[in-house]
Design a protein around this ligand. Structure first.
Ligand SMILES: [Zn+2]
Ligand SMILES: [Zn+2]
Length: 272
């Protein structure tokens, strides 16, 4: 699956061909027409106009867009089943980040109320580590096989006497434990996020610290020159509309809860 249809930064379907992705888009989403930069000779993404406003959003993404910094996140709603009324959900937790859509999507199949988000952000390298990929693949394959009812000789007892519900619950628990082992709180990547203003020429951008290396600002503008640490009151500087939340960021970044909270708190500080 190479072409992903995106709605609100959330992957809604995966397709082998562009034509198939395009036809899935027409069902209420609208067409993506504006092509992004090429990766391997093909556009890395296409954007579509939002119905209600002049802004555009990510519409179709080529999975090779990870070359340009896109990452997938497995997110799961943390509200008790059936009680989440947020659209979109605001009580999610990010359980895994990776450049490999297929693996996250296969694991998400065993996690109720989960989905895959996509956006341009720095790599959390744990989801690209060979050990995570190998073990994750093996786990997803094993659990997928577990869900099938094997054919058996009538006279013999079944090899696996668990009901399908039991297997679903066991699979969920295994995936949760697996992801917790690889993305658990051993790392405090999300513990404390600080917003740092940086000056590129006369443009004042905002950078997340930690989680975005190389000083890449929230808007994703890569600086041709050096960016230097600054204060928000830098003399004569123009605050970047996108970093400061005054213009849409397309494609939208995927912010973790900690990042999002730090960012919104920062831009709402008095005097901005
Ligand atoms: Zn929710
Ligand atoms: Zn910016």
């Amino acid at each position: 699956m190479t072409y992903l249809v995106i709605d609100g930064a959330r992957v809604v379907s995966a397709h082998r061909t562009l034509a198939s992705a395009r036809s899935a888009e027409t069902q209420g989403l609208g067409h993506s027409t504006e092509a992004g930069p090429p990766v391997g000779g093909e556009p890395a993404w296409w954007t579509r106009k939002r119905h209600s406003s002049d802004t555009t959003e990510l519409g179709i993404l080529h999975t090779d867009a990870t070359e340009l910094g896109f990452r997938f996140e497995l997110r799961a709603c943390q509200a008790p089943a059936g009680t989440c009324t947020h659209r979109p959900c605001t009580t999610y937790a990010t359980w895994a980040v990776s450049r490999y859509y297929r693996l996250l999507s296969d694991l998400a199949a065993f996690v109720p109320l989960s989905w895959i988000w996509v956006g341009q952000r720095s790599g959390d390298p744990r989801g690209d580590a060979p050990q995570f990929l190998t073990e994750g693949r093996a786990l997803a394959d094993r659990l997928t096989a577990d869900m099938r009812h094997p054919l058996r000789v009538v006279e013999q007892p079944p090899a696996d006497i668990r009901t399908l519900d039991d297997r679903v619950q066991a699979a969920h628990a295994l995936v949760v434990r697996f992801l917790a082992r690889h993305f658990g709180p051993s790392s405090d990547l999300e513990a404390l996020v600080v917003i740092r203003p940086v000056l590129q020429g006369q443009d004042l951008h905002l950078r997340l610290d930690p989680s975005v290396p190389d000083g890449l600002p929230i808007c994703g503008t890569a600086s041709p020159g050096r960016s230097v640490d600054a204060t928000r009151a830098e003399l004569g500087a123009r605050p970047c509309d996108r970093c400061f939340g005054r213009a849409p960021i397309v494609p939208s970044p995927v912010l973790t809860v900690a990042e999002y909270e730090a960012w919104t708190a920062y831009i709402h500080q008095s005097g901005s």
